[in-house]
Design a protein around this ligand. Sequence first.
Ligand SMILES: *[C@@H]1O[C@H](CO)[C@@H](O)[C@H](O)[C@H]1NC(C)=O
Ligand SMILES: *[C@@H]1O[C@H](CO)[C@@H](O)[C@H](O)[C@H]1NC(C)=O
Ligand SMILES: *[C@@H]1O[C@H](CO)[C@@H](O)[C@H](O)[C@H]1NC(C)=O
Length: 407
Amino acid sequence: MRTPKTNVGVLVKMALQLGFARVFFAIFLVASLATAHNAKTFNVRNYGAVADGRKDNRKAFLKAWSDACNQKGISRVYIPGGVYMLGTVEFLGPCKGPITFLMTGTVRAPTGPLSTDGWITFRYVNKLIVKGGGTLDGQGASAWPYNECDKNSNCRSLPISIKFEFVTNSRIKYITSINSKNGHLSFFACKNVNVTNIELSAPGDSPNTDGIKIGSSRDIRISSSRISTGDDCIAILAGSTNIDISYVYCGPGHGISVGSLGKFPDEDDVKGLVVRRSTFNGTDNGVRIKTWESPWRSTASNFTFEDIFMEKVRNPIIVDQAYCPHPPCNQQTASHVQIKDVTYRNIWGTSSSQIAVSIDCSKQFPCKNIVMKDINLAHLGREGPLKSHCSYVDGHFYGRQNPPSCF
Ligand SMILES: *[C@@H]1O[C@H](CO)[C@@H](O)[C@H](O)[C@H]1NC(C)=O
Ligand SMILES: *[C@@H]1O[C@H](CO)[C@@H](O)[C@H](O)[C@H]1NC(C)=O
Ligand SMILES: *[C@@H]1O[C@H](CO)[C@@H](O)[C@H](O)[C@H]1NC(C)=O
C-alpha cells in the first residue's frame, strides 16, 4: 500500500500533540497559577466542598459559581485535587466578566439515571474557559441499564455529562470525561467555542455515549482530542454552521457523523463542515452523513473531509439517506434532505467490510456535486477487492480511487 509522506506527517504530528499534551499542560498550569495576578479565585473548598467522593457538593459549587459570576473583572472557580461528588447543577450567566472553571480534581456524578437531561450545564455564559486537567466521571455503568432507546423511540434520555447552551467566545481544554451516562459533551446555541486537548472515554458497547454533540451552533472548533466511546465520536446536528474538526482520534465509536437529519420538521440547515487530519481506529463508520426518510426538508452542504486515516473501519465513507437504526421506521417517503457540495480528499487506510465507500442518496433529492480525490483504502477481509456503492449521486472523481469509483 502506498503511504504518501504527508500521511506519515499527520500521524507523527497527532502522536506528538496527544502524547505531550499532559507535559505541556503541567508546565502551563504551573505558569498560569504563578501569574494569576489579575484573576480573583473562588475555591470551592472555601465554600464547604468536601473531596470525600460522597458528600453532594452542589451547594458549595453553585455558591462559588455565583460569587465568581457576580465579580467584576476576571474570575475563576477553582476545584482543587480530590474527588468531589456533585449532583445535577446549572451554572448560569450572564456573568459580570470573563470566567474560568479551573478543575484539577475529579468531579463525580451520583449513580443511577438522574431525572434531568444534563448533569452539569453552563448556560448564557460569554468568555467561559473550562480547563485544568481534571476529570468528569459520569458513573455511566450505573445508568446504562436504564437506557431503553433501542426498544422505545420515545425513551427518556439519560443526562449528558456537560452541556453548553448559549455559550459564546469560549474555550474548553485539558479536560477528561469518562463513562458519561449519555453523551459526554453537547453544544446548543453556542458560538465561537474552541475545544482542544480533551479526552472522552466510555466502553465501545456503552449505549448512546456520543462524544460531542453540536446543534444550532456556529464557529465551533475541535482539535487535538481523543474520543473513545460507544456512539458517535462527534455528531453534527441540525443548525450547525462552520464547524472545524482537526487532529481528532476516534475509536472505538461510530465515527464522525452529520445527523441524523430530517427526523423533525423545521430543522435548520447544516453548512460548512471541515474534518481534517484525523484518525479513525476500529470504528463502525469513518465519516458519515445520515438522514431519515421523511418529508422534512433541509440542506446539508459545503463539507470537506480531508487527510484522514482509517484503520479497520467498517464503513469508512458513508452517506445513508435511508437511516433507520432500529427498524421498522415510519418511511413514508424518500429523504427530503438535500446533500450537496461534499468533498472527500486524501483518505487512506483499511476497511473491515467490502463496501468501503457507500453513497446512498435520496431518490427525490439526489446528492449534488460530490467530489472524491485520492481515496486509497485496502480491504482486511477475505471477500475480495473493495467495492463502492452509489445511488442517486451526481459527482466527480480525481486521482487514485481504491475502491474504484461508482460515479
Ligand atoms: C478559536 O480559534 C480561532 C482560530 O484559531 C480564533 O480565531 C478564535 O479567536 C478562537 N476563539 C476563542 C474563543 O478563543
Ligand atoms: C464553506 O465552508 C467553509 C468552512 O466552514 C467556509 O469557510 C466557506 O465560507 C464556506 N463556503 C460557502 C460558499 O459557504
Ligand atoms: C488502533 O488500535 C489498536 C488496538 O487498540 C492499536 O494496537 C493500534 O496501534 C491503533 N492504531 C492507531 C493508528 O492508533
